[in-house]
Design a protein around this ligand. Structure first.
Ligand SMILES: [Zn+2]
Length: 153
C-alpha cells in the first residue's frame, strides 16, 4: 500500500519533450515521470527526461552525426521503444522488466535509467491491476446474479 499524492487529471499529464519533427511526445501517461525540479508540474517520459540528457548527448557526440541505431552500437545506454515493444498487456510488462533487467546486466542500460524505467513500469502494473480487478469483479457479480436468479433447481 502506498500513499501517493492525488492522481492528476489524465488529460493534463503529458511528456514535456518533443519528437524529432517537433510534435509533442505522445508517450502513454502511465509511463511518465515527474520532473526533478518541478515534480507534479512537469512530466517526462524516460526518453526525454532531462536527467539523462547529458548521457544522451555524450553518446551522440561520441558517434558524430550518428543515427539511433549507430548510437546503440557505440555504447548509448538507453533503450528505445524498438527494444521494448508496446506496453499493453501484463505479458508486455513482464517482457519490459526482463529487457530492462537484462540490459542493466549487460551494461546496455545505465542503472539510473533502469530504476526510472522500472518505477514507471511498476506504476503501469498497478494501474493495470486496478482496471483488471474491476473488470473481474463485474464479471463475477454478473455470474452470481445469473446463478441466483435462474440456476437453482
Ligand atoms: Zn517523451
Amino acid at each position: 500500500m502506498t500513499a501517493t499524492t492525488e492522481p492528476m487529471p489524465e488529460a493534463e499529464i503529458r511528456c514535456a519533450g518533443t519528437r524529432k519533427d517537433g510534435s509533442p511526445c505522445g508517450v502513454d501517461p502511465d509511463l511518465l515521470l515527474e520532473d526533478d525540479e518541478q515534480p507534479g508540474v512537469i512530466h517526462w517520459c524516460f526518453n526525454h527526461h532531462p536527467a539523462y540528457e547529458a548521457e544522451r548527448e555524450l553518446a551522440r557526440s561520441r558517434g558524430g552525426h550518428s543515427k539511433a541505431a549507430k548510437d546503440r552500437r557505440s555504447g548509448s545506454r538507453f533503450l528505445t521503444t524498438h527494444d521494448l515493444g508496446d506496453l499493453e498487456t501484463p505479458a508486455d510488462a513482464l517482457r519490459w522488466s526482463q529487457v530492462i533487467a537484462g540490459s542493466v546486466v549487460t551494461g546496455k542500460l545505465g542503472s539510473n535509467a533502469a530504476a526510472v524505467a522500472l518505477k514507471a513500469l511498476e506504476a503501469w502494473v498497478k494501474a493495470h491491476e486496478a482496471v483488471d480487478l474491476e473488470a473481474r469483479l463485474a464479471e463475477l457479480e454478473t455470474r452470481v446474479e445469473r446463478t441466483t436468479r435462474g440456476g437453482m433447481v
